[in-house]
Design a protein around this ligand. Structure first.
Ligand code: SF4
Length: 444
């Protein structure tokens, strides 16, 4: 009888892309997915915040109750290796010279008691993933083109976990993306820990030489040319990496969506410096102006989303006011607001922390600003046609939700099914909804 597996994935898009790669390894070995009492439970963990680490711990405990054998993979294995070892049966760490996916394959072979198919040699590029045979539940597919970071922002533990920087070759990225399109995905999202370091062995811009051959803009262009790929999105870019040549590639390919996620983290130069970020506010705002200038189409500016950390240890009231001012000028579609969370092993964890009530008060102010900015941006969509990829259905009302090219969440009544791209015209925007009426075209 075929052995069975089940995944629990926590955290970011990188983790979802890696799940796909791990799943292909299990399917290659004849295993199939099963929710009930699987032979193998894989918990792909996250520990970017203390809360994420707690969720990972709980997920491993639950997996122990459900599965016969539990693999613990992902970032929690780097931050809390002892706990991962105690709670799980097999731990596959993220750090190390051999890519995690190859070590995962070796551990699976050990568990299955079969000779390993994988090489243990060090590779400098991210290996190509053999993809699962079926599409799975997601309509949007993540494609991992880069891994690793050595930028050492003082709040972030990732450089201690995903230590080695690697990039996927353009040829391999195109092969993988083509397969994703063949599996039925209409949208591909390029992911990486530090995508701007694509082709480099360091994320530190001052130490980077020009890569000899593989450039991110060339990769973007090559993937965008795949037949049948309707949308191409970049998951997140560090502000200093948005270059005119990258924007040229976005403008030249109509299927690359006009949306960029550009982490701000703080609107104060003093805090950015303490965070060890590689930009200041005037550089950030120059880049926002450039993005708006190049990607505005028919009077509609591109969508810009961001991450902001609230209550970083050295953040004063004045620093926080500067964050509010900067965020207002950047006119974001959405801000992910994170209260600062201590990560043991980082520099900022050793500094005096702000009182929790101060952090909470600032978080609340940013959330309110986010609602206002999002409403202002979405108002610009009224009367415009939008392409919507259907993701979520509400059976009782017949309404569905999906994302537009600009990443706005659109609600509309439709006969389409999950994964369809439909066209609608936005007629109303409320504080929390963007409502559209479906037009008579289905883009399939
Ligand atoms: S750039 Fe900074 S925040 Fe991003 S992964 Fe690297 S260290 Fe962490």
């Amino acid at each position: 009888m075929k052995k069975t597996y089940h995944f629990k994935v926590l955290g970011c898009r990188m983790n979802h892309a890696e799940r796909r790669e791990m799943e292909s390894i299990l399917q290659d070995r004849g295993m199939k997915e099963s929710l009930q009492s699987p032979d193998l439970e894989i918990v792909h963990t996250c520990s970017v915040t203390g809360q994420a680490a707690a969720k990972s711990r709980n997920a491993i405990r639950r997996a122990k109750r459900n599965g016969k054998h539990v693999f613990v993979t992902g970032c929690f294995t780097g931050t809390d290796p002892k706990v991962a070892q105690e709670l799980g049966d097999t731990v596959v760490t993220q750090a190390g010279e051999t890519p995690m996916i190859e070590r995962f394959a070796n551990e699976v072979d050990n568990w299955l008691q079969r000779p390993s198919q994988e090489t243990k040699a060090r590779t400098t590029s991210l290996p190509i993933a053999t993809l699962p045979q079926h599409q799975g539940e997601h309509t949007r597919a993540e494609l991992r083109i880069q891994d690793g970071c050595d930028a050492h922002c003082t709040f972030c533990i990732i450089p201690k976990i995903r230590t080695t920087l690697r990039s996927k070759t353009i040829e391999d990225a195109v092969t993988e993306a083509t397969r994703l399109v063949e599996l039925g995905h209409k949208e591909v999202v390029l992911t990486g820990v530090f995508i701007g370091a694509y082709g480099h062995e360091t994320a530190l811009r001052r130490k980077q030489d020009s890569p000899e051959s593989e450039h991110l803009a060339d990769l973007l262009d090559a993937v965008a040319h795949i037949d049948g790929l309707q949308r191409l999105r970049i998951s997140s870019m560090e502000p200093g990496d948005v270059t005119p040549v990258l924007l040229d590639a976005m403008v030249a390919n109509k299927n690359i969506v006009p949306h960029l996620h550009l982490p701000l983290q703080s609107g104060s130069d003093a805090v950015l410096q303490k965070m060890n970020r590689q930009y200041n506010i005037s550089q950030y705002m120059e880049m926002i102006a450039l993005v708006n200038d190049r990607l505005t189409l028919n009077g509609l500016p591109p969508a810009i989303t961001t991450d902001v950390i609230c209550g970083f240890p050295t953040e004063t009231e004045d620093d926080f006011e500067q964050t509010l001012t900067t965020a207002s000028s950047a006119c974001y579609l959405h801000m992910h607001v994170f209260p600062y969370s201590v990560r043991t092993g980082t520099s900022a964890a050793r500094w005096t922390q702000l009182p929790p009530e101060v952090v909470q008060e600032r978080v609340q102010k940013l959330i309110e600003l986010n609602e206002k900015l999002s409403f202002e941006y979405r108002k610009k969509l009224v009367g415009r046609q939008v392409n919507v990829m259907l993701e979520q259905f509400c059976d009782e009302t017949g309404f569905a939700k999906g994302r537009s090219n600009h990443y706005a969440e659109i609600t509309l009544r439709t006969n389409g099914k999950q994964g369809d791209l439909v066209v609608g015209t936005v007629f109303e925007v409320t504080a929390d909804k963007t409502l559209a009426k479906e037009d008579l075209v289905i883009l399939n």
